[in-house]
Design a protein around this ligand. Structure first.
Ligand SMILES: *Cc1c(COP(=O)(O)O)cnc(C)c1O
Length: 349
């Protein structure tokens, strides 16, 4: 049996079953009702009272691009926290769209030096900050509470990529006073890849967004979403899987149980890492994934897991560094078996 410790990981069979059902027509009241309900549950899960959301057919980077086109490009100057490949993507996007941008680099797997961040903001006076909650390339979790407090002292609007922390870490958009958050379906939501989701604080209700990209245009999407529709063909099946997953989370009474399960899996796996002597480079690791350092310099573990066990883990940016996601379904036993196999392959590498 195939086992996946990447994104989205192993998925609930009830969600997978929807993928093999006939696809209904989407320009109907039934489909609109489903989307309006999905939007309402999503806003509840992230605590965005009175806010709005857009669900796009497109991966998470589509939503990042949309934010820069429609919002960041209307601003004077952005500051990007670049702690790895996803932070760097914000920086690339700003440059792509000619948005003035300050590059704030954070070394691999380190936490942000928050005093230094505040100093840079004081000196550079950006009006928008782009960051990740969890930098998935290293497993480092950043402190949105501290970022938000600094930004409010200097009147900086905060956009947070919570793609790999939504439903894995506690997150309260209202309390953190974040302007825009983005996520996508294949991470914490644990359904197939293909949709991305933007959350807008109600403070942005009458914001004059730009029109710099036809497909991702915020206003066009908002005006269709008011009646539960999308301007272009939605990936209908994925919208139905998203809706089912959201109903499950609603039935669980919100995000807390899911967050606790992710945390449990990460604790189990990290105890195994300790047993086998694999270090965890992240200074403040997120529960969403475990990034760990093995002695396997030639990716033999990665290939061996696929060839011998049909099992996927994620290679990292440096030799011997691997990442295991905790957002898919996995039992304590699964994790022990995975660690044993990694150990065997590492020893025989
Ligand atoms: C996965 C991810 C993205 C989006 O990547 P896509 O390949 O477009 O899905 C963006 N930011 C973070 C932090 C991510 O983990």
């Amino acid at each position: 049996m195939m086992r996946s410790y990447v994104f989205p990981g192993d998925i609930d069979p009830r969600i997978m079953a929807i993928g093999s059902e006939p696809i209904p027509y989407m320009r109907t009241q039934e489909f609109s009702d489903i989307n309006l309900e999905s939007e309402r549950i999503l806003l509840d899960l992230i605590h965005c009272t009175g806010g709005r959301c857009i669900i796009y057919t497109g991966s998470g980077t589509g939503a990042m691009s949309a934010v820069v086109e429609n919002y960041v490009s209307t601003r004077r100057k952005a500051l990007v926290i670049d702690g790895g490949s996803f932070g760097h993507r914000w920086y690339d996007l700003c440059r792509y769209y000619d948005v003035p941008v300050v590059h704030f680099e954070v070394p691999f797997a380190r936490d942000i030096d928050y005093d230094e961040l505040e100093n840079r903001i004081r000196l550079e006076r950006p009006d928008t900050l782009l960051c990740q909650h969890h930098e998935t390339s290293s497993g480092a979790l950043f402190d949105l509470e501290r970022i938000s407090a600094i930004c409010h002292r200097w009147d900086v609007s905060v956009v947070a990529d919570v793609i790999s922390s939504f439903l894995a870490e506690e997150l309260d958009m209202d309390r953190l006073d974040l302007d825009i958050c983005i996520t996508s379906t294949q991470k914490g939501l644990n359904i197939p890849p293909g949709l991305s989701i933007l959350f807008f604080s109600r403070k942005l209700d009458n914001y004059p967004f730009a029109h710099r990209g036809y497909y991702w245009d915020f206003e066009e999407n908002f005006s269709n979403l008011r009646r539960g529709q999308t301007p272009f063909s939605p990936a209908t099946t994925l919208y139905l899987q998203l809706h089912e997953r959201l109903l499950q989370l609603q039935e669980q009474g919100g995000p807390d149980l899911n967050i606790a399960e992710v945390r449990h899996r990460c604790r189990v796996f990290r105890a195994l890492c300790k047993e086998y002597g694999w270090g965890i480079p992240a200074e403040v690791p997120s529960s969403a994934i475990t990034g760990f350092q093995t002695g396997d310099g030639e990716r033999k573990v990665f290939r061996g897991l696929i060839d011998q066990f049909q099992t996927f883990i994620m290679p990292g940016s440096r030799p011997g560094f691997y990442r295991v996601s905790h957002m898919g379904l996995q039992s304590d036993r699964d994790l022990r078996e995975l660690a044993e196999r990694i150990h065997q392959l590492e020893v025989h590498a």
